[in-house]
Each structure stands twice: as structure tokens, then as C-alpha cells.
Design a protein around this ligand. Structure first.
Ligand code: GLN
Length: 294
């Protein structure tokens, strides 16, 4: 790769131009990250000189971006639900479309009030922490099979609880789906998950950010349905009567997912579309408590 122009001292504007030619608009994000300047600061300070260390740091990040590494991993940060989350290659990068899952939980909580919530496969803790910021009175448990992911989530909780003093309680545990809460006799008013749902041979796995993300967070056997199926089959044992299960899934999986919900005994099964118009989230309720007919 060509080096940045060898002029001493190199200016912010020159460095940005060099980066833009290689990685387009990502150059601004990376240069902001390296120099600590905002986007506006890069424009306003275009003629400022940049120190050698920062030039080298920026050059290294641009090279890695050219090789395809996700911007979120290069900066170690991704915004989700207006919260800045630490991310690394041990966790999936939170997606904007997953905010729909948070919206669906909040819509349900608004009408029903939920005191106890379980999130499965939390990764960076994005969903659980977004919900903790909105539902401070709700006790949230979030689990993941990966101890490395739970480390990331716990770090995010620690930092965000300082930045957002009103953040509700989130208990992070390591375990395979319901394993961490099995045997405790615990039940929840709502269970939410964005599990792996990409089919093993899916061509998307060879493209973009997905090449660098943990396979276990993306891919599930049986055409991407195995994890969804395991969660739907297990959930009724951990839900209170009238409790809700809400799951993100692939946009072509909604008929199969609705069928699994129905076979699991769920009622009031509804699929919601994301901002791209894709069927992305399906929810269902366990039957309400039996009342004696008087
Ligand atoms: N929606 C993600 C993607 O295809 C997949 C996330 C997941 O498997 N939960 O990029």
C-alpha cells in the first residue's frame, strides 16, 4: 500500500484525503477515533498538523480496513439504542435492525408491565443493556454460551452504569441457552433473543463484516433454524402464564418460525417488519392462567 504523502508535518485534511481514496467515508470515522477529534473537528482543523504516532496509527487502521476488518472492531465501539458499546471479535456487532426487538419488548412492557426478563445469547449485552436503560425497574438476566462474550457484556455494564446512573440491574451469566437459569425454578414475564440464524452454507458469510464475526453468533444448523427451534421449545418452561417470547430471525424464516411457535403452544403469534420492510421479529404468548368458570 502507498504510504500517506511524505510531507512534514502532514495535515488533517491531507491525511483524510489519503484515507478517503482507500476506504471512502470510513476514513473519517477512523481518523476521528485516532485523533480524538469529532467529524466537525476534522473539518475545522483541516490545516492542523498530525503527530507521527497518530499518522502511523491511522495508516495501520486503514490497511486493516482495506483487508475487510469491520470498522466497529477497529474502533472497538458500536452504537446501539444510543448507547456506546465496546465490541471485539468475540461478539457479534449489534445491528440497527435489532433495535426492532427492543421496540417490540417496550411495546409489550408498556401495556403489561414486566418485572422479570431473560435474554438469551446476549453477546456484547446490547439488547439487555438497552432494555435496562428503558426499564429500570425490571430484573434482567442475560446469558451467553461464550465466557469471552460475557466478559465484554460485563465491561459494558460497568461503564454504562457510570454513564447512565439510572440503568436497571442486569445479571450476566455463562450458559447454553436456558442452562444458566435451569434448576433455579425461575420464571420470566418475557424472553427475548437474537440467536444465530444464518444457514451454514449462506453466501453472506463470505462477505463484509460477517467474515470477521464469531461463527457461533451467526450460524445455526438445519438451515439456520436449530437455535430458534431450541429456544421456542424450551421457553414455555421458563415463562410465566401469559408471558411473551420475542425472537429475531432471518427475513425468509418467518413462516417456519411462526409454525414453531404454534407447535410450541404459543398463542397471539405476530411477526413484525424491520425498517427495511423485512419480516424480522416474531412474538407469541404462553396461554393465560386458567380461571375457573363461575
Ligand atoms: N442479521 C444478521 C446478519 O445476517 C445475523 C444475525 C444473527 O444470526 N443473529 O447479518
Amino acid at each position: 500500500m502507498n504510504k500517506p504523502p511524505n510531507i512534514t508535518p502532514i495535515t488533517v485534511a491531507e491525511l483524510l484525503r489519503w484515507g478517503r481514496e482507500r476506504v471512502g467515508v470510513d476514513a473519517e470515522v477512523l481518523l476521528s477515533f485516532v485523533t480524538g477529534r469529532s467529524g466537525a473537528g476534522l473539518v475545522a482543523g483541516g490545516s492542523d498538523g498530525v503527530g507521527r504516532g497518530e499518522v502511523r496509527g491511522f495508516e495501520g487502521l486503514v490497511e486493516r480496513r482495506v483487508r475487510g476488518e469491520p470498522v466497529a472492531y477497529l474502533c472497538g465501539r458500536k452504537e446501539f439504542w444510543s448507547l456506546a458499546l465496546d465490541v471485539n471479535p468475540d461478539v457479534l456487532i449489534p445491528r440497527p435492525e435489532t433495535e426492532l426487538l427492543v421496540e417490540c419488548v417496550l411495546a409489550h412492557a408498556g401495556g403489561n408491565g414486566i418485572a422479570a426478563l431473560l435474554e438469551l445469547g446476549t453477546g456484547s449485552g446490547a439488547i439487555a443493556l438497552a432494555l435496562a436503560s428503558e426499564l429500570p425497574g425490571c430484573a434482567i438476566v442475560a446469558t451467553d454460551i461464550s465466557p469471552a462474550a460475557i466478559d465484554v457484556a460485563v465491561g459494558n455494564r460497568r461503564r454504562l452504569s457510570v454513564e447512565h446512573p439510572g440503568l436497571g440491574a442486569v445479571e450476566f451469566c455463562v450458559g447454553d441457552w436456558f442452562e444458566a437459569v435451569s434448576g433455579l425454578g425461575r420464571r420470566f414475564d418475557l424472553i427475548v433473543s437474537n440467536p444465530p440464524y444464518v444457514a451454514p452454507g449462506d453466501a453472506h458469510l463470505q462477505r463484509g463484516d460477517l467474515r470477521f464475526e464469531p461463527r457461533a453468533a451467526l450460524v445455526s444448523p438445519r438451515n439456520g433454524l436449530a437455535a430458534l427451534e431450541a429456544i421456542i421449545a424450551g421457553a414455555p418452561r421458563y415463562l410465566n402464564a401469559g408471558g411473551m417470547l420475542l425472537l429475531e430471525h432471518g427475513y425468509e424464516q418467518s413462516p417456519a418460525v411462526r409454525d414453531l411457535f404454534a407447535r410450541g403452544g404459543f398463542i397471539a403469534i405476530v411477526t413484525h417488519r424491520d425498517l427495511g420492510g423485512h419480516e424480522r421479529v416474531t412474538g407469541g404468548l404462553t396461554p393465560p392462567p386458567l380461571t375457573s368458570a363461575e
